[in-house]
Ligand binder design. Structure first.
Ligand code: ADP
Ligand code: MG
Length: 551
């Protein structure tokens, strides 16, 4: 075979400036693309072998990423199927650019959507390289190794070379402005990000050892990935420790998770993954360690806003689906119908799992309630479907630290806490210490008081007032309990209007509060142990203030 030259199958003048311009912000993905192709090549060889198409040996399949600073090259090598000159013509020269013209005229102005609609794959190499070589030897018997070279113009050359080992080296001559990709540390961090869980060993650099007071390279290649992450295994093959260890691998240094869900579906889409409920107390903003999206074990993104329901931003773990497009911008992901279906499915799975734990082990559920309460309330507040499901297992905690479902609690308080209008009155406290006397007062009369001191509780109460019919929530120090609940008339204290006036003025002067008009002072004749005088804050006024304070 002699050297040939040709023109890449594209009628547009030169696509490379376009690739560089539109993809620039995301140019690091070239490495993900090339390593993915290398992994594909090794997987294809395995498939060929399983059909008997390939009779050679498939041991030691791996991908190697080599940085050569002197030569200015970064090379991605594999020992997969390789390509013949014909293959290159078919897969590199033609396929990648078929439809390129249409693509260009269609998406010229919509940079964001380009990646999603047009997997540039191999050609993303030109985002960082001004010359790319493909040196490859096909697995087919008697193949001639070839080298394809292209400097970023539509012209390429292809010529025979000597190459003894089966497989492909993609050699990138890194452009001046992208020299960062010749730094081993930079390459390592990209490999860690995109290739951490790829199914074939990916090696780069060397294992180091401590010698004569410093770290030196050994001759052992350094493997950067875990080829069998937990989510790819069968749930029945995994112990609780396996799940917890995988969590630690994903999020080192965090408290162990509370629960997890192993996702595994084949229809109507394919999806695997493990989602964890982390321990979140009162910090709803902890979102930096989020769910990671993968496609066939290749990292896609951890910017999952709008991709998974909002409340799941509080969950952690991995979702892997080949239906998640690899080359994506987030706005593209959000509008993708497969992604929407996945999101609905996950919501259902999360609700299923929580309901399961609730039903099968109420005790365990209650024990962890304080830690997952925020998550569940957030879910109920932001996701209608999840809310419907969670109405069955959301728990209320009373001043005795007992837990009730909504139904149980309603039955408990209905007899004693129904007011004149037939509304059930839910008394709650937002601060056990400050409202201690009021709680006491209420319980002495046989009322139950709910603990609502969580970060989202005031919103949650609002939601419950909408969802639960004929019910009202009243803070235990708001208004006079008996005004709200007791059907019979209370007796006023035996005081003259003048005495009441003087006492009211006196007590009001003692209230350390700017706006004293919102307080109500009443004098009553009650049981001997009860307070003869009650100062309360008007519920309505109080809520208005709370709302104003939150804005
Ligand atoms: P895709 O991977 O989506 O098919 P790419 O542009 O990434 O698109 O690659 C185009 C084609 O080039 C691949 O489908 C494959 O046939 C071939 N190819 C790329 N890299 C390799 C490789 N390392 N070994 C064998 N074939 C490869
Ligand atoms: Mg590819």
């Amino acid at each position: 075979m002699s050297t040939t030259t040709g023109k890449i199958g594209v009628t547009t003048e030169n696509i490379f400036p376009v690739i560089k311009k539109f993809l620039y912000s995301d140019h690091e993905i070239f490495l993900r693309e090339l390593v993915s192709n290398a992994i594909d090549a090794t997987n294809k060889l395995k498939t060929m072998a399983s059909f008997g198409e390939y009779k050679g040996n498939t041991d030691g399949l791996k991908v190697r990423v080599t940085v050569n600073k002197e030569a200015g090259t970064l090379t991605v090598s594999d020992n997969g199927i390789g390509m013949t000159a014909d293959d290159i013509d078919k897969y590199i020269n033609q396929i990648a650019f078929s439809g390129a013209e249409e693509f260009l005229s269609k998406y010229k102005d919509k940079a964001e959507n380009i990646i999603g609609h047009f997997g540039l794959g191999f050609y993303s190499a030109f985002m960082v390289a001004d010359k790319v070589e493909i040196r490859t030897l096909s697995y087919k018997d008697g193949s001639q190794a070839v080298c394809w070279t292209c400097d970023g113009s539509p012209e390429y050359t292809i010529k025979p070379i000597d190459k003894a080992e089966r497989g492909t080296d993609i050699v990138l001559h890194i452009a001046e402005e992208n020299k960062e990709f010749l730094e081993q540390a930079r390459v390592d961090s990209l490999l860690k990000k995109y290739c951490r869980f790829l199914p074939v060993p990916v090696v780069s650099g060397w294992e180091q050892e401590w010698k004569d007071g410093k770290y030196v390279d050994t001759d052992r290649e350094r493997v950067i990935n875990n080829t069998e992450p937990a989510w790819t295994k069968k749930p029945s093959d995994l112990t609780d420790d396996d799940y917890i260890n995988f969590y630690r691998e994903l999020y080192p240094g965090q408290d162990d998770p509370l629960f997890w869900i192993h996702l595994n579906v084949d229809y109507p889409f394919t999806l695997t993954g493990i989602l964890y409920f982390p321990k979140i107390k009162n910090n709803i903003d902890v979102q930096k360690n989020r769910i990671q999206l993968y496609s066939n074990q290749v990292f896609v993104t951890d910017s999952v806003e709008g991709v998974v329901p909002e409340f799941m931003m509080l969950m952690q773990g991995v979702i892997d689906s080949p239906d998640i497009p690899l080359n994506v911008s987030r706005s593209y992901l959000q509008s993708d119908s497969a992604v929407k279906k996945i999101s609905t499915y996950i919501t259902r799975k999360v609700a299923d799992r929580l309901e399961d734990i609730f039903k099968q082990s109420r005790q365990e559920f209650e024990k962890k309630w304080d830690d997952i309460k925020l998550f569940i309330e957030y879910g109920m507040l932001t996701d209608e479907k999840f809310c419907e499901r969670a109405m069955k297992f959301v728990l209320l905690k009373d001043n005795d630290s007992k837990y009730y479902t909504l139904d149980e609690y309603k039955q408990l308080i209905e007899p004693a806490q129904t007011n004149k209008d037939g509304n059930i009155v839910y008394l709650y406290s937002t601060d056990v210490v400050a409202q201690y006397n009021y709680i006491n007062e209420a319980t002495q009369r046989g009322y139950s008081v709910l603990m609502m001191d969580g970060q989202l509780d005031s919103h949650f109460i609002g939601l419950m007032e909408q969802k639960l019919q004929k019910s009202s929530f009243v803070r235990v120090d708001s208004d006079i309990i008996d005004n709200l609940i007791r059907k019979d008339d209370r007796k006023s204290a035996d005081l003259t209007p003048l005495q009441i006036n003087i006492l009211t003025t006196l007590f009001k002067s003692q209230i350390p509060h700017v706006d004293k008009t919102e307080f109500l002072i009443q004098f009553e004749t009650l049981s001997p142990q009860a307070m003869p005088m009650v100062i309360t804050q008007n519920e309505y006024m109080r809520r208005m203030k709370d709302m104003a304070a939150m804005q």
